[in-house]
Design a protein around this ligand. Structure first.
Ligand SMILES: Cc1ncc(COP(=O)(O)O)c(C=O)c1O
Length: 338
């Protein structure tokens, strides 16, 4: 099958770009120096490629991701880098012998849930500036003591500087990451343990304070991360079909992929051909100006670049691994849902 023969909208993985990204990151952060974040791509087939590149430790954002990764035989060392009070599912996961599960906790209540669910290991999740999960740095030692009193092993700390991932002024970003990570190190002094986990694609090269980086988006990238000038290539595209055109100097054309095929929280997608300008997306359409380029014909196939990789992939059931001529593989997005 040729990529252009796929039914649209379809999610395409550029094989060469993906392989470049995985190899580049694995040489920078080999093995356990990288704890790839499954939330970005939600596919055990893709995760298996990362195992082949030497990574055996993974981050998950949902219990579904943990369950799916363990079912696929990749439960060597999974961190649920998120809080949960779902004691039933924690109990099911803790009873498995094919899984080493570590759960992030940031409160008395999440430690109690971990204890009731039979969780054996936790990380203390510290707020390092992103207003989301994480305890105050000064409370981390107390929470670690509480977990140990409940006979739970405390492996260390995590702190995700998500608010600093997309800064394009890299000198400013480096200074802010240092300040943010000082909070994590303060917490680590009080907590102890071997693991200091944090970072993401946007800070993977300048967060030298953690001992494992939780990056995920680097595998396929998006327009937001492309602005940072990282050594990763765009590897994710939405293939769409032109379904309507207009004529005249101010003409536009319409494709059959809209905001139900592309996440919009980071703005409009780009067209892969930069001459073409996205005007707006609606549910099942995107309206595009061809600019200086020729107006495409109804039935032509075009490629779009998502603004945000994680929620874009989560909208699709499969990703097709392609080069210019061939569909080489089809990876189910099997870790979708919760
Ligand atoms: C806890 C956590 N760690 C790390 C990341 C970094 O992921 P990415 O490299 O995709 O930005 C995220 C993304 O949101 C996250 O939620």
């Amino acid at each position: 099958v040729k990529p252009d023969d796929l039914r649209t909208p379809a999610l395409l993985v550029d094989k060469a770009a993906f392989e470049h990204n995985v190899a580049t990151m694995s040489s920078r952060l080999p093995g356990p120096a990288l704890r790839p974040h499954v939330k970005a791509f939600k596919s055990t087939s893709l995760a298996r490629e990362l195992v082949s590149a030497g990574h055996e430790t993974f981050c998950c954002a949902t219990l579904r991701e943990v369950e799916g990764m363990a079912d696929a035989g990749m439960g060597t060392d999974l961190l649920l880098a998120n809080q949960t009070v779902d004691v039933d599912r924690l109990g099911e996961l803790s009873a498995r012998d094919d899984l080493r599960l570590t759960v992030a906790v940031d409160s008395d209540a999440t430690i109690a849930a971990a204890a009731t669910g039979g969780v054996r290991e936790v990380l203390i999740d510290v707020n390092v500036g992103l207003p989301r999960c994480g305890c105050a740095p000064g409370d981390a030692g107390r929470l670690a003591d509480l977990a140990r009193a409940a006979h739970i092993g405390v492996r260390g700390v995590m702190g995700y500087e998500g608010h600093l991932q997309a800064l394009t002024d890299r000198a400013k970003q480096a200074a802010l990451v240092e300040r943010s990570m000082a909070k994590l190190l303060e917490a680590h002094d009080a907590v102890g343990g071997d693991v200091i986990s944090g970072g993401g694609t946007g800070t993977h090269d300048l967060n030298t304070w953690v001992n494992e980086i939780q990056a995920g988006s680097y595998v396929l990238m998006d327009t937001q991360y492309n602005r940072l000038g990282m050594p990763f290539q765009q590897g994710l595209f939405v293939l769409a079909t032109v379904i309507s055109t207009t004529s005249g100097d101010d003409g536009w054309y319409v494709v059959d992929a809209g905001l139900k095929a592309l996440a919009m929280d980071h703005g409009d997608p780009d067209m892969a051909d930069p001459a073409h300008q996205v005007l707006f997306c609606s549910d099942e359409h995107t309206t595009v100006r061809p600019g200086e380029a020729a107006m495409p014909a109804v039935g032509d196939k075009v490629r779009m670049v998502p603004a945000h990789i994680d929620p874009t992939i989560a909208k699709h059931e499969v990703m097709h691994v392609v080069d210019d001529d061939l569909v080489h593989d089809t990876w189910p997005v099997d870790l979708r849902g919760w």
